[in-house]
Design a protein around this ligand. Structure first.
Ligand SMILES: Nc1ncnc2c1ncn2[C@@H]1O[C@H](COP(=O)(O)OP(=O)(O)O)[C@@H](O)[C@H]1O
Ligand SMILES: [Mg+2]
Length: 382
């Protein structure tokens, strides 16, 4: 794929204007940007990651720090105060206004699209997608499965905007069933309804994950420039069952297993089976090693390859790539990989946002980037 063919897939998706109010260290911030890569540089604690975090709230979920709503509000405004992130999303001639935050007296993160309240956060995934790499994800392959599962589910969301709503419905039924089992006063008929929901949503989640992994393997098999080839697989009993069973049979199987494990689950407080237990397995295909056995730098290169592969495939399928938030990513890369990363970002039909302490880490981007300095929560064009 040449740069030309990739950009021809569609106009670049970009945040043309970003407005923050009482978000983290920003009482008010307004930034205008074009579709080219945006680079934020400044000292530690300046407020760079906070801007990426604000952008990550343009996707469903808890953002790139997995924060609670009361944590992101500017401390001086008070723990209960409202906060907001608003963005003008541009793609070619099309403009959408997206806003999210906490309103006064609300316990939920609300979403507005073009001025109208959205039913749920899931509606965001229909307008845009956002994907990130953060320093905390340097440990993605070595820590527990939950981080990898969230990462995979975010990748799925880029292809399938309904995935978030399905996962939310599954989790809700899972928690409700666990609560009833724990209290020991559950009516079998009501448990049956919850398990039916878990089976239906859970099998749909597993199928969507498998499809995403198949697509990603297409993109990642060759490697992306100097970023290594990677092989992905989902490990999970529900995903496995879909290798031999139809979706309907897999649902019946999961529902049967859940009904049979009520006593066990009442004690353990979870559910013995289901897509909430699955894992994403990644191999460094060149070294032929599981990613967790590679060096920190190699693991980061694999993660970059997956994110870029996702962006390429999503661009081909949907006409636009996810907005990429790359926090301190260039610090890990040698000059060849930095240059290749910038070339790739410039070729993708979506804006990317990068941070670093030192502007020299972005030298190879040159005139193709938009440079901002961040200092004490003040953002100026560099
Ligand atoms: N809720 C909050 N209210 C006010 N300031 C906050 C809040 N959360 C974090 N901060 C401040 O934001 C700054 C860190 O910003 P961050 O974007 O992580 O910096 P960096 O530029 O290193 O990425 C810290 O000084 C921190 O105290
Ligand atoms: Mg930071």
């Amino acid at each position: 794929m040449t740069d030309q063919t990739r950009r021809e897939g569609g106009a670049a998706l970009a945040v043309g204007r970003l407005t923050l109010s009482d978000f983290r260290c920003y009482s008010f911030l307004r930034m205008d940007a074009g579709p080219q890569p945006v680079v934020l540089t400044g000292p530690n604690g300046a407020g760079k990651t906070n801007i990426l975090e604000a952008l990550s709230f343009l996707a469903p979920g808890r953002g790139l720090r997995r924060a609670r709503l009361g944590e992101v509000v500017r401390r001086e405004a008070g723990a209960e105060a409202p906060w907001g992130v608003a963005a003008r999303i541009e793609r070619g001639d099309e403009t959408r206004e997206v806003g999210t935050g906490r309103e006064a007296g609300s316990e939920r993160r609300v979403v507005r699209i073009d001025g109208q309240p959205a039913r749920s956060q899931s509606a965001l995934a229909e307008v845009l997608s956002v994907l990130w790499l953060t320093p905390a994800m340097d440990r993605l392959f070595t820590e527990g499965a939950s981080g990898r599962r969230r990462f995979l589910d975010r990748l799925v969301l880029g292809f399938d905007a309904g995935h978030g709503a399905r996962a939310a419905a599954y989790d809700h039924a899972l928690r409700e069933r666990a609560r009833l089992l724990k209290e020991g006063r559950a009516e079998p008929a009501w448990l049956h309804v919850l398990e039916e929901t878990m089976a239906r949503q859970g099998v749909a989640m597993a199928a969507a994950r498998k499809e995403t992994v198949t697509r990603l393997n297409e993109a990642c098999r060759q490697g992306i420039g100097p970023f290594p080839a990677a092989e992905l697989a989902v490990a999970g009993s529900v995903e496995d069952s879909l290798a031999t069973l139809s979706a309907q049979q897999a649902e019946a199987r999961l529902q049967g297993l859940l009904a049979a494990s009520r006593r066990h689950d009442a004690e353990s407080g979870g559910a013995a089976e289901g897509p909430h237990r699955s894992d994403l397995k990644v191999r460094h295909a060149v070294k032929n090693l599981p990613a967790e056995q590679c060096s920190t730098g190699e693991q980061k290169a694999v993660l970059v390859a997956i994110v870029l592969g996702q962006a390429r495939i999503q661009a081909a399928l949907r006409g636009w790539a996810p907005i990429l938030l790359l926090d301190e990513v260039t610090a890990h890369l040698d000059q060849t990989r930095r240059a290749a990363l910038f070339d790739e970002l410039c070729a993708l039909p979506a804006q990317s946002w990068l941070t670093g302490t030192d502007q020299s880490l972005f030298a190879e981007l040159g005139q193709r980037g938009q440079f901002f300095r961040v200092h004490d929560a003040i953002v100026t064009r560099a």
